[in-house]
Design a protein around this ligand. Structure first.
Ligand SMILES: [Zn+2]
Length: 409
């Protein structure tokens, strides 16, 4: 999730028209075309997306994951069209809005909604607790959902809470409290309080290892990443990120840390949005919003005095959470996105790169991609660039399945 202060709605007909103009008029030479070969290969490959925001929209706006929406990026019908076989369903509490006394409660409300939606759509999707579950669910032709926690103020560094969340099905968890400093760790984009992890944070890492919860280093500070790598006895992942060598923002990784994560068997997930990878889009966005996307948004109202339902109502208009539409020609193409993947392969090898789209987490995707249903375009771009079928399989799913299976065994 990329914190967006503004509230942007993606109007589908208009958006399609913008995409059409960009693709067909402004830069026809640079667009990636979806070939039949790519379509076929994409269908065969097990696609495991490390980060999708599927439930916030239903929690705040109503509706169901099984219906096809005209806006936003994700729902089950469009995930099927996009060939998604498994995904980490990111549960995210807007820490800036829910005061401390509501944080854990809000996580549980989202979790309840997620479990109920998975149950109601059990013919199409099923909760996966291990790598073996994913394979079993995939063989039945269903989508496997892995529960992930984004921004861990909700755990409050409490091992008992971590253990009960694990019992409820949580299998992926960020060690950072989204972009902010918590009582146990520093994050990418806030003041440095602990210089990484404190003792509480170190205990949390050990307990996640023991329980079999995959550690997600997205949003962590460099020092926190170093500390986790020193302690963990399991491989770790960055579910959705990018490289500072493409866009020098604290939310992205320095190349030396990407190398260190991979050296311990870990994975780097490439997020799908423009603001992570395209410097020109990022600068345009900063200018437009008057703030950097990873900085604390301005929140209206006296939250301390509000009921949790009043806070829900305050947030409601920001869902589905999609990034702003950019002017024609400003968006990166899938080919440009793929240069980040290329660089990572050069740095850490094809066994350590994965996809973590962050759909409905405030992203503005590359110009050939409207939503999750367009994911086969990535396969087309990879084929066009000469990637082997084996490499494509690894990046789109096998690498994450390998590490998730090892951690949840
Ligand atoms: Zn995020």
């Amino acid at each position: 999730m990329k914190t967006t202060g503004g509230m942007h709605r993606w109007n589908r007909p208009f958006a399609s028209c913008v995409v059409w103009i960009v693709l067909c008029v402004a830069s026809p030479a640079t667009g990636v075309e979806l070939t039949e070969q790519a379509r076929r290969l994409h269908r065969q490959v097990l696609v495991f997306d490390a980060h999708i925001h599927l439930i916030s929209r239903q929690f705040y706006q109503g509706g169901h994951i099984g219906q096809r929406y005209a806006d936003g990026h994700v729902d089950l019908p469009r995930m099927r069209e996009g060939g998604v076989d498994a995904f980490v369903l990111a549960l995210y509490v807007q820490e800036e809005y829910y005061p401390a006394r509501y944080e854990t409660k809000q996580f549980l409300r989202l979790l309840e909604r997620a479990l109920a939606e998975l149950e109601a759509n059990r013919k199409q999707v099923e909760l996966a607790l291990s790598g073996r579950d994913i394979q079993r669910i995939h063989r039945r032709g269903k989508i496997a959902a892995v529960l992930g926690l984004e921004g861990t103020f909700d755990v409050d560094g409490d091992l008992a809470l971590l253990r009960v969340f694990h019992r409820l099905g949580l299998r992926v968890m960020q060690i950072a409290a989204h972009n902010w400093t918590s009582n146990y760790s520093d994050s990418c984009c806030d003041s440095r309080r602990w210089g990484g992890l404190n003792d509480r944070g170190r205990q949390l890492v050990r307990e996640m290892n023991r329980l079999g919860i995959l550690i997600d280093l997205s949003h962590a500070s460099d020092e926190t990443i170093e500390d986790v790598l020193e302690i963990t006895n399991q491989p770790v992942v960055v579910t959705h990120g990018g490289l500072r060598s493409f866009n020098d923002i604290p939310r992205n990784l320095p190349e030396r840390l990407a190398e260190k994560i991979a050296a311990k068997g870990g994975l780097i997930g490439v997020q799908i949005g423009n603001s992570f990878h395209s410097r020109r889009f990022y600068e345009w966005l900063v200018e437009r919003e008057g703030r950097k996307f990873w900085e604390r948004p301005r929140v209206q109202g006296n939250l301390a005095q509000m009921s949790i339902e009043e806070i829900d109502a305050l947030l409601r208009p920001s869902f589905p959470s999609v990034g702003p539409q950019a002017p024609t020609g400003l968006l990166m193409g899938v080919d440009e996105w793929l240069s980040v993947v290329d660089r990572l392969i050069e740095l850490v090898g094809e066994d350590h790169v994965i996809l973590g789209t962050d759909f409905d987490g405030g992203v503005t995707p590359p110009r050939e991609i409207r939503d999750v249903s367009d994911l086969p375009v990535l396969t087309a771009a990879m084929l066009k660039r000469g990637y082997s079928e084996r490499r494509i399989r690894k990046i789109l799913g096998e690498n994450l399945l390998r590490v998730f299976s090892a951690v949840t065994r």
